[in-house]
Design a protein around this ligand. Sequence first.
Ligand SMILES: Cc1cc2nc3c(=O)[nH]c(=O)nc-3n(C[C@H](O)[C@H](O)[C@H](O)COP(=O)(O)OP(=O)(O)OC[C@H]3O[C@@H](n4cnc5c(N)ncnc54)[C@H](O)[C@@H]3O)c2cc1C
Length: 493
Amino acid sequence: MSFESNIREELAKILGKEWVKDDSVTLYTYRCDGLTLYTAPPMGVVFPGAVQELVSVVKLLHKHKISFIARGAGTGLSGGAVPQDESVIIEMARFKEVHEVDWINRTITVDPGVINLRITEDVQSQGYHYAPDPSSQKACTIGGNVAENSGGPHTLKYGVTVNHVLGVEMVLPDGELIKLGGKHLGMPGPDLLGLMIGSEGTFGIITKIICRLTPNPEKAVTMLGIYKSVHDACESVSSIIRHGIIPAAMEMLDKIVISAVEKALKPGFPLDAEAVLIVELDGLADGLDAEAEIVEKLLKESGATTVNRARDEVERDKIWRARKEAFGAIGQISPSYYVQDGVIPRSKLPEVLNEISAIGKKHGLTVANVFHAGDGNLHPLILYDYENPEEVEKSHKIGEEILSSCIRHGGTLSGEHGIGIEKAEWMKDLYPGNSLDNMQNVRTFFNPENLLNPGKLFPQPGRCAESKSGTPPRNATVLDKSKMVASKSGIAV
Ligand SMILES: Cc1cc2nc3c(=O)[nH]c(=O)nc-3n(C[C@H](O)[C@H](O)[C@H](O)COP(=O)(O)OP(=O)(O)OC[C@H]3O[C@@H](n4cnc5c(N)ncnc54)[C@H](O)[C@@H]3O)c2cc1C
């Protein structure tokens, strides 16, 4: 597929020829995001560089009833940026300006293509940072974060994107430019801004974002608990929370992930451990060491054989680099991985992790675990070979069984990676009765013709995907996954 010549000409008139692409290399490059199990080529890719250009492009595509989709850095892990119905991809990479830092109101106003980490880099010399810190923060954009309501290791204490975005400007699917929120707290009436954040690019294309800045903590203490069993590490998580302590972060890596990060990054994690638990406390310097001693005691009581404390920033950075680059490190031990993202009540961690391991064994594939333990947000990494169709099929199966297990244990479908294409069919299992219809009605209000990012988040209006529990859905037309093929996992942030 490529642009019809009249569409290409009209787009080129708005953007200039060099910013309208439909050559085979471009179509191949944009066929998937970080979830490489799903691929489909776009009709073409356009690269607007200003809001008015974007508005004109959207109006043009809307007039011709051509579907379109915004794309940030393409690090999404649920197929959110994978084109459906041969959509046009609107690449937001040229929107990368930091417009204003307002120290009095503690806000920063940025373009959607600004990389998450850049915000913190811009303000840290003044003692501030942007709190949501996805492990992909060196690559992902703030526009993608808003669309996915992204989290990260430190969101246990500080909250996710919705807690740190005060306002947005966005283009609706018919080209209307609107503003929601501002530099102030709250707005009367229904919370449209809250509704927008996490709508996975199906309500509008974000063109500006006002983010809240957070003062850096006076001090942080980072500890590494070492365990002979995953079960004990899970017990430590419960024990700390039960004690009334909310660490800034609590992240777990199992034996397989430890071996991968040791090969790639050599953080000094013991290779004979079954699990390590990173616990970070932060806040005022006064009293923090005393709290760290309580945590150390709790970790040991619940089974940690050793608890190491980072002695300086170098040691702390080593630990965090190993955690944040753990997905990429998996390349050392497997040609590909499929990362799942389920949430369960923290109390169910030992049970569900046992089940996940059994599911992997049953299908003959290894499942590694690195996750936000404090939030009960699991990231099982299913290791497979993308050149082996049987393993590709098995990895889908394992992913589905893991999700079923999360739902069965009172959990949900996604903690932070979103629903995208991957889990749209599962929404019927999660939301009974007319709840799903009501949510879809809200989407239809913003996106009545379903031209913006079709096939994501919900089954499309009049095109409901099949329920995973087997109940035939109304007006069912299942997404055509046969057109999608697995490809090499290429993301290593
Ligand atoms: C190694 C790795 C680690 C990760 N760790 C985390 C983590 O710790 N926490 C976490 O939450 N996620 C994590 N992710 C997932 C991913 O990085 C996030 O979902 C991120 O927010 C996606 O941003 P992006 O710019 O890459 O968006 P894309 O992948 O390009 O797009 C994602 C969705 O956002 C929409 N979108 C993008 N830009 C806009 C815009 N301007 N307006 C409207 N919609 C838009 C797209 O249409 C799509 O639906 C990780 C991914 C990887 C590969």
